[in-house]
Design a protein around this ligand. Structure first.
Ligand SMILES: [Ca+2]
Ligand SMILES: [Ca+2]
Ligand SMILES: [Ca+2]
Length: 200
């Protein structure tokens, strides 16, 4: 009786873990292109207009922003255009809680920006003293989401130019020990089940 119970518990655990693992492995990355016009392949467009957050979409700005584009950079749809504003704006993305690695891309072919600051979940993560025109900068940092939503505040901290900019962003859920654990637990449970079957 005990063996039967253990057998079926193992079966249930094994299959639920195996079923859960691919879900845990899915949707671990998101890519946003803050567009004026053209969108980089593999990226989700945050368009020049109609880019306000709504729960159905699951991402967007809290308030409208400006969008800009520089001609002559048609080779790279991510870096040729950008969003910017003179006041603080928050970009929000609904995400499962967890640790995330973010990569933010900054470039303006024609205009130098300075003191671009980005906070994630209220913590300052990016502080670019100067972004000379024609240069590309990528900033990588980690943040923990614990409330179901990533909140990125873009701020210009002064200097000569008074607007922050953002061209693109990659979001990746950091490698989850739990994903490997789930898989391992699933395999172990299946092993137990097979052993139980052999004995029965
Ligand atoms: Ca673009
Ligand atoms: Ca500035
Ligand atoms: Ca949050």
């Amino acid at each position: 009786m005990r063996r039967t119970l253990r057998k079926w518990a193992s079966v249930a655990l094994g299959f639920s873990m195996i079923a859960l693992w691919p879900l845990a492995a899915q949707a671990l990355t998101m890519h946003f292109d803050f567009d004026y016009s053209y969108t980089q392949t593999g990226y989700t467009s945050v368009p020049a207009v109609n880019h306000i957050y709504n729960a159905q979409l699951g991402y967007g700005w809290n308030i409208g922003v400006e969008a800009g584009e520089r001609s002559g950079e048609f080779d790279n749809f991510l870096l040729r255009d950008f969003h910017y504003n003179f006041q603080d704006r928050i970009f929000m993305v609904d995400l499962p809680d967890g640790p995330y690695e973010l990569t933010l891309y900054f470039r303006d072919k024609s205009w130098t920006h300075d003191r671009i600051q980005v906070s994630a979940e209220g913590v300052l993560k990016v502080d670019i003293f100067e972004l000379p025109y024609g240069t590309t900068r990528s900033e990588v940092f980690t943040t923990d989401v614990a409330d179901g939503q990533l909140n990125l505040t873009f701020h210009d901290g002064g200097g000569t130019d008074l607007s922050w900019i953002i061209n693109g962003m990659d979001i990746a859920l950091m490698p989850l020990p739990s994903a490997a654990l789930l898989f391992g637990t699933g395999l172990a449970a299946l092993g137990l089940w097979r052993r139980g079957r052999t004995k029965a």
